[in-house]
Write a protein that binds this ligand. Structure first.
Ligand SMILES: C[S@@+](CC[C@H](N)C(=O)[O-])C[C@H]1O[C@@H](n2cnc3c(N)ncnc32)[C@H](O)[C@@H]1O
Length: 243
């Protein structure tokens, strides 16, 4: 997969691209990520990239020409061009899974009051939001999306690191995790996890995953089609909790 980030602050991305799992994925060529400075596509002698909004109002708007040229410089027939925007479709695990199958993503980061609307109307494929709040720029949303996608690419996580059990992957939250020591400040790890009985541990995890989802994010259960087994487990959990 190739990801091109178009931003006025490409240096923002250096830490993301050099550390931990994403850094390793770049180093091992599992993904190629480039951050491109939109300012380089300004033909203005002062490299101006923003201007006052037509109709008046506060703030500055990013001009269309440098963005258009920046997109054109990297776009090809397999590109999916995404504008990070608080007005976009809400990003979630399902969308991360979908985007991880693309060959080429172009992530356009806005700044100031945003970008000239003609770019949104004519030169991008979609707007994606990371939540119903407004940030100063699209750089952090782009990093969030990159992080969520790259860890799903084949071979990026090692065999001992898996995303299939993790929260949201199958529409549920993950079961609780514990590590050493067995006792910490008088609190113990559940006995079942020390039993060595893998079948029982598996069953416990399934129950705990459903319980965590029921207690913390019941809205997720409404969106998911549960198997018969899961429905039986869930009804037992509800009985035990007297819900
Ligand atoms: C201050 S915001 C502009 C907000 C715009 N004036 C509006 O009200 O819709 C500047 C830039 O930050 C990015 N941004 C802000 N909030 C975001 C969010 N929730 N998700 C994705 N990108 C966001 C966008 O790229 C946007 O162009």
């Amino acid at each position: 997969m190739k990801i091109d980030i178009l931003s006025l602050f490409p240096e923002f991305f250096s830490p993301l691209l050099s550390w931990s799992i994403i850094g390793r994925a770049c180093e091992e060529n599992k993904v190629s990520i480039n951050s491109i400075n939109i300012r380089e596509f300004s033909q203005n002698k002062h490299k101006k990239v923003d201007d006052y909004p037509f109709g008046g109002g506060r703030g500055m708007v990013m001009k269309p020409e440098p963005i258009f040229r920046a997109i054109k410089s990297v776009r090809d027939k397999n590109s999916r061009v995404i504008y990070l925007s608080p007005q976009g479709k809400k990003f979630n695990q399902e969308l991360a899974n979908e985007l991880s199958k693309e060959e080429h993503l172009i992530l356009l980061c806005g700044h100031y009051e945003g970008i000239d609307n003609r770019i949104i109307e004519h030169y991008i494929d979609e707007e994606i939001s990371i939540g119903d709040f407004v940030l100063t720029g699209g750089e952090i949303p782009a990093m969030i999306i990159i992080d969520a996608i790259v860890r799903l690419l084949p071979g990026v996580l090692r065999s001992d690191e898996s995303f299939t059990d993790e929260s949201h992957y199958n529409g549920l939250l993950e079961y609780p995790q514990y590590t050493r020591p067995r006792e910490f400040n008088g609190y113990s790890v559940p006995d079942i996890l020390l039993s060595g009985n893998h079948g029982k541990i598996e069953t416990w995890r399934k129950e705990e995953s459903l319980k965590a989802t029921l207690l913390k994010r019941p809205d997720l259960l409404k969106q998911k089609t549960l198997s018969e087994e899961e429905l039986i487990i869930l009804s037992k959990i509800k009985d035990n909790l007297q819900l």
